[in-house]
Design a protein around this ligand. Structure first.
Ligand code: ASP
Length: 380
């Protein structure tokens, strides 16, 4: 071609042009047909930078934003990298969504608190109400990730996807899991099929529901599980997203955030052999409005502890029996007479989530045992 292009003009060139005319016409036809086919194939699913979903990343800190600390091998500090830096560090995110990032806090989630929870909840609700985003991703430490997920799930209104994500290894570690987890979290948040599942946790290729997810291993990447319900879906960068049958069973009530920006004091009391009443008496003395028992077995505890709990319930303190056992439901009126004592059982909620729900219910004026029990009932 190039050789032809530099040939001097003349008869020979004219002859070639004459011969080429039908070929050029054919090539043009093929080009036009090809373009039309591509346009039809893309159809309404065409993804151009302007119609990619808008995902707002709200960063709170955690190991996903952690950096190595020279103190010791394997040592690191949580919450050192901003949300914006995190987003910029993961290749390919711009193909999934139009992203913006905001910093809500920069803490390890062992320091998670009501102030950050309220700021998160308000910002997410505002983003949805003002149609600023199609989905939200919250980056978070893994220690209390399940509590934040459950809190948000109980206060957010609307059906747009909210995904909470963390990592077990800091960005500077060999085999850091943060980038893949963040990529998959954005994948899920950007997918219209992720609506109506409440708040989801995405880590290690799985999508877990806010009510059921819990951290089950202190250090392993395979740590977030839903012991009673199983995952609501799977995600991988190549294979896409698959929701399981569990996903359709999720239903949730929403509660108002208290105007004073504070949740009432609810203590968790951990039961064990040789248990006495002291931790329960302490909780009462410190003004607890509710006590969650992390009971042995089916939410049991010693005779002394039970007597103290009965006394607490008589004083109007909300008493919820949960369990320190990792899976299973706590059932009413088996070894403990809940009806007589005015207790509530947490069903499938572990103590840390039972605490969150008790706080929200008390803050919303729900304190009668039957109403509380109704609100604790699992919907599946
Ligand atoms: N302590 C850290 C945190 O929860 C652990 C982690 O993120 O994995 O913030």
């Amino acid at each position: 071609m190039r050789k032809n292009a530099v040939r001097p003009a003349g008869r020979r060139q004219g002859r070639i042009s004459m011969l080429s005319l039908p070929m050029i016409a054919l090539a043009l036809c093929l080009f036009v047909i090809n373009m039309a086919a591509h346009a039809a194939e893309a159809g309404s699913d065409a993804v151009t930078p302007t119609n990619l979903p808008r995902i707002l990343v709200l960063a709170t800190g955690g190991t996903i934003a952690g950096q190595a600390d020279t103190r010791a091998t394997g040592a690191y500090k949580s919450g050192q990298i901003t949300g914006e830096q995190l987003v910029q560090s993961v290749p390919g995110l711009d193909k999934l969504a139009r992203l913006s990032a905001e910093q809500i806090s920069s803490i390890g989630s062992q320091d998670m608190n009501d102030k950050v929870w309220f700021a998160l909840a308000r910002r997410i609700q505002q983003a949805f109400d003002k149609d600023e985003a199609d989905g939200i991703v919250v980056t978070h430490g893994t220690d209390t990730l399940e509590e934040t997920a459950f809190f948000l799930d109980n206060v957010l209104k609307g059906d747009k996807p909210v995904v909470i994500v963390g990592s077990m290894r800091p960005a500077t570690a060999v085999g850091a899991d943060g980038p893949a987890n963040l990529y998959e979290a954005i994948q899920v948040a950007a997918d219209p099929r992720s609506r109506r599942h409440g708040v989801m946790a995405v880590l290690n290729d799985k999508i877990e529901g806010a009510r059921s997810v819990t951290k089950t291993n202190t250090t392993s990447l395979e740590t977030f599980n839903s012991p009673n319900a199983g995952p609501i879906g799977y995600v991988d960068t190549a294979g896409g997203i698959r929701f399981t049958a569990q996903a359709s069973g999720l239903k949730r009530a929403t509660y108002e955030l208290p105007a004073n920006e504070q949740l009432p004091r609810v203590e968790i009391v951990y039961s064990h052999a040789n248990m006495d009443a002291v931790p329960i008496e302490d909780a009462i003395a410190h003004g607890a409005k509710g006590i969650v028992l992390a009971g042995v077995g089916d939410g049991n505890t010693s005779k002394q502890a039970l007597d103290a709990l009965e006394l607490a319930a008589k004083k109007g303190i909300v008493v919820v029996r949960s369990t320190r056992v990792r899976s299973g439901f706590v059932t009413r009126n088996v070894e403990v007479d809940d009806d007589k004592n005015g207790f509530v059982v947490s069903e499938d909620l572990n103590p840390q989530k039972a605490r969150v729900l008790a706080q929200l219910l008390i803050a919303n004026g729900v304190t009668a045992p039957d109403k509380l029990q109704e609100a604790f009932r699992a919907t599946w």
